[in-house]
Design a protein around this ligand. Structure first.
Ligand SMILES: *Cc1c(COP(=O)(O)O)cnc(C)c1O
Length: 374
């Protein structure tokens, strides 16, 4: 690839550098404290993080886990989803959402998305519900919440569980409630690039159901409530104490960081609002959008060209997601078509965004997008 002009520094799609630099003394102190205490599994940081998360999200139970993927798997297992069951979800998401459904032996049933919000089109879900349907997994993609009320209504009518994939929407809100606390389970990821990220893998389930919470807690630790009293065949899916300590250092900043992402999104809207040939992401529909991504649609088959021109200038952008889940090799046998998801996969482009992105950098990104389209 061509070298960028020397005047322009490289623009990564997410720059964790400034935040790490700012918090480094606190982070190192908290890690050192874990080493000094010598409790590396299920220590006080995990417990305190769960308490703090439950309080912030306003939910009864928060159970910290080792990844967002495991959160989805344990939620489905806790709901009793298994072989012979179907779970409805979106084809326009990260593979892990559907992978979790397959993992528990159920069949993912895809329902196409809304081209404006990129999220499940709630008006279509009922068409794919069958007597085998056991759950729905709405994904709050890119930090924008799904319209939950119609989903809750369907769940109620057909007796389905609702598992919210909140991996990309920590702190987002639907009609004043935190995303992930509306359905039966909220599943979160603390993968480093998520809005609240650890320095390794991490995840969490939230629920207001005490029986579910107890079962999730058991499943994460080999099916036991008490050590060496295994009652179920479970998993080893605990959040590490060091990751919990890191998350606790970052947690007090999540509001500020999500607000900064929202401001950055406003800046892009201002800079790119009048640009022909692209569509900006839908503004918030049902509550607070936390802009895990700022994803535009590039029309007229020019997306790859725009991405290449940005790259020439040292500006990174990412295609989330280049292949809709139903078209991935692992699901080829389903032989289904989801036209909106397929259309979006050919048009979407996620621009650099993060809580610390500078307006001057956004200016360069926006000018480069406009120039690429000329
Ligand atoms: C990141 C992500 C996951 C998986 O989380 P991990 O912590 O990486 O296992 C699941 N669903 C969505 C939508 C994600 O973005």
């Amino acid at each position: 690839m061509e070298q960028p002009p020397v005047t322009l520094k490289r623009v990564p799609v997410l720059d964790l550098g400034p935040e790490i630099m700012e918090l480094k003394p606190q982070l190192l102190r908290s890690i050192e404290d874990v080493l000094d205490k010598g409790a590396f599994i299920m220590g006080e940081n995990v417990k305190e993080f769960e308490r703090e998360a439950a309080e912030y999200l306003d939910v009864k139970h928060a159970i910290a886990l080792n990844s967002g993927t495991d959160a989805l798997v344990l939620a489905l297992l806790t709901a009793g989803v298994g072989p012979g069951d179907e779970v409805v979800t979106t084809p326009f998401t990260f593979f892990a959402t559907a992978e979790a459904i397959s993992h528990v032996g159920a069949v993912p049933v895809f329902s196409d998305v809304d081209p404006l919000t990129f999220n499940l089109d709630v008006n279509r879900i009922e068409e794919v519900i069958t007597p085998r349907t056991k759950a729905i997994i709405p994904v709050h993609l890119f930090g924008q919440v799904v319209d939950m009320d119609p989903i809750l209504e369907l769940a109620d009518r057909y007796g389905l569980y609702v598992v919210e994939d909140t991996a990309q929407a920590f702190g987002a809100e639907y009609k004043g409630k935190k995303a992930g606390t509306i359905g039966d389970f909220g599943c979160y990821s603390f993968f480093p690039s998520k809005n609240l990220g650890a320095f390794g893998d991490g995840g969490m389930i939230t629920t207001n159901n005490t029986v579910f919470a107890e079962r999730v807690s058991m499943l994460r630790a080999h099916g036991s409530k008490k050590k060496y009293m295994n009652e179920l065949v479970g998993y080893n899916s605990r959040l590490d104490e060091i990751q919990a300590a890191i998350l606790r250092v970052k947690f007090p900043y999540i509001e500020e960081w999500n607000e900064a992402r929202r401001r950055a999104a406003d800046i892009y809207r201002e800079l790119l609002g009048q640009t022909p040939g692209i569509l900006l992401p839908a503004e918030e529909y049902y509550g607070r959008h936390v802009y895990h991504q700022f994803t535009i649609r590039v029309l007229g088959g020019r997306r790859d060209e725009v991405q290449a021109k940005l790259a020439e200038k040292g500006i990174s952008s990412v295609i989330y997601y280049p292949i809709p889940v139903h078209q991935l090799p692992v699901y080829h046998h389903l032989r289904i078509s989801q036209p909106i998801a397929e259309l979006l996969a050919g048009e979407v482009l996620s621009l650099p965004i993060g809580p610390k992105i500078e307006a001057s950098v956004q200016q360069i990104v926006a000018e480069s997008v406009i120039e690429a389209l000329r």
